[in-house]
Design a protein around this ligand. Structure first.
Ligand code: SF4
Length: 258
């Protein structure tokens, strides 16, 4: 018979953004090492519902590390103890029978708690709205190779585009900075030929929107350590370079139009 685990969970419960939160302690039994962390929460929630209690709110969607919806602090680490792994892809074999696991929501002033482990990450959407797109004429689909993309640019842009927008970088940062997320979203477009026409306005707008909501980067590097997609810190350097250039280029463009 498969070895199963009994675990003690200390889970943050909070009824709403304005309510005071608290830790509640639960025991879960017969947890298979092959279960994902979210499947373990399914067991807890089934138990709570069967006991007439309210289940724990925890966000998830794809459960395969793509959508960026899930994410919580597990024993003080964003997404838990396994490197380059989102909460939904963390397996219970990373824990041992008898362990106590502390589960909290992302901790950042810009991510207020909606309920229990679910936080409002919409400030990340404000950054995307400020410039995380390219403007193209609509009409019939152009030939795929109409604008050649150099291989190096394609590969590096793809590394940046791997960001799933989970917010772990913000939660792990002592300053609650969003530089890693923002720079990934800026660079996956800035590196491609298709992203050039709006490069300077995009950079200035996205960086300055980020600054409205989040703290400043002081090069701790915790964001990269917590990132389930291992987004490189290099993108922050590329974005700082582009931001300095954008201040000069955008002023020049403004001068041309007046
Ligand atoms: S940079 Fe990494 S940690 Fe930050 S939002 Fe993107 S995937 Fe998540």
């Amino acid at each position: 018979m498969e070895n199963t685990m009994t675990l003690t969970l200390k889970v943050w419960r909070q009824n709403g953004p304005a309510e005071t939160g608290r830790f509640e302690t639960y025991e879960v039994n017969e947890i298979s090492p092959d279960m994902s962390f979210l499947e373990m929460f399914d067991v807890l929630n089934e138990n709570l519902i069967n006991d007439g209690e309210e289940p724990v709110e925890i966000a998830s969607d794809c459960r395969e590390g793509i959508c960026g919806t899930c994410g919580c602090m597990i024993n003080g680490q964003a997404h838990g103890p396994e490197k380059a792994t989102a909460t939904c892809q963390l397996h219970m074999r990373k824990f041992s029978d008898g362990d106590t696991i502390i589960v909290e929501p992302w901790q950042a002033a810009s991510f207020p708690v909606i309920k229990d482990l679910v936080v409002d990450r919409s400030p990340l959407d404000r950054i995307i709205e400020a410039g995380g797109y390219i403007t193209v004429p609509t009409g019939s689909a152009p030939d795929a190779n109409l604008i050649p993309v150099p291989k190096d640019a394609a590969d590096t842009a793809f590394d940046a585009a791997a960001c799933i927008g989970c917010g772990a970088c913000v939660a792990a940062c002592p300053n609650s900075a969003a530089q890693l997320f923002t720079s990934a979203k800026v660079q996956h477009l800035n590196l491609l030929p298709q992203g050039q026409p709006e490069r300077w306005s995009r950079t200035e707008d996205m960086v300055e929107t980020m600054e409205e909501y989040f703290g400043s980067c002081t090069n701790h590097g915790e964001c990269h350590e917590a990132c389930p997609k291992e987004i490189p810190l290099d993108f922050i350097a590329y974005t700082n370079r582009d931001y300095i250039k954008s201040k000069r280029k955008n002023r020049k463009l403004l001068g041309q139009s007046s």
